[in-house]
Ligand binder design. Structure first.
Ligand SMILES: [Zn+2]
Length: 255
């Protein structure tokens, strides 16, 4: 008799524990859902491929980063592989002719090129940037103001099911309009994070990006493969996650 009572009490206790565990997990889910996301932020790091110096800092960033890799450089292939292994999104950072007199990368797309030349540069570049989910323009103030060449580039990207991220180096870019016409998945930069290679300036730009994401629901920031930029992001991103911001890849924003 005593044994029976003990078994019954034990069973009832176990049942209580079981119900309590289920209730707390349901509670947690409800609480997690109840925290509203303050905005989605996509960070793009441009100009990878020159060296591997900042990979270790990037490795410390445990949130989505989109990495735009220059083709044809000594480290293009290796850095693409390593960043892909870290779980980051890879895109081809296609060099395009600017209006300014900068030194041009090899196989920069020029205003004078025809469809065949654009096509063959695309083929070559994509062979060196494996895993590319999209493309973005490196420089290109002259090209992105030109409908003919921009349409060639956007069409080549669409054929390969890539999205197009307009780095938006000129306010006169025709790419937003063309992207809608050609029906490619498209996104556009909101804020450059590191026009000055200075930690204080970069922190200020990250705050501007946060405020824009809060206001518009999402924001895209572009920085470069530089020590100050990556260190600032490694520090700021966990704080922004804690504050309720969600970091996403450009593929999650491009539409
Ligand atoms: Zn660039």
């Amino acid at each position: 008799m005593k044994k029976k009572i003990i078994i019954i009490i034990a069973t009832v206790l176990l049942l209580f524990v079981f119900i309590a565990v289920i209730l707390t997990s349901v509670d947690k889910k409800i609480i997690r859902k109840a925290v509203p996301i303050k905005g989605r932020i996509a960070i793009v790091i441009d100009d990878w491929g020159y060296n591997l110096n900042n990979l270790e800092i990037a490795e410390g960033i445990k949130q989505p980063l989109t990495c735009a890799i220059l083709p044809n450089l000594n480290n293009s292939l290796l850095v693409a592989q390593k960043l892909n292994n870290l779980g980051f999104e890879i895109i081809l950072h296609l060099p395009m002719e600017p209006k300014e007199k900068y030194r041009l990368e090899k196989d920069t797309i020029l205003i004078s090129m025809d469809a065949g030349q654009v096509h063959s540069i695309f083929d070559q570049d994509l062979a060196s940037i494996l895993f590319a989910k999209g493309i973005s323009n490196h420089m290109g103030s002259r090209i992105t103001e030109d409908s003919r060449v921009s349409a060639l580039i956007i069409s080549e990207a669409k054929k390969r099911k890539l999205y197009f991220l307009d780095s938006f180096v000129t306010a006169k870019s025709v790419c937003p309009l063309l992207a809608r016409k050609i029906k490619i998945r498209f996104a556009k930069r909101d804020i450059f994070l590191d026009n000055l290679d200075d930690p204080g300036y970069i922190k200020g730009q990250i705050i501007k990006l946060r405020d824009l994401a809060n206001k518009n629901g999402q924001a895209i920031g572009i920085g470069h493969d530089r020590r100050n930029t990556l260190v600032a992001l490694r520090e700021a991103i966990p704080q922004l996650v804690k504050a309720g911001y969600k970091f996403v890849f450009i593929s999650e924003i491009a539409k």
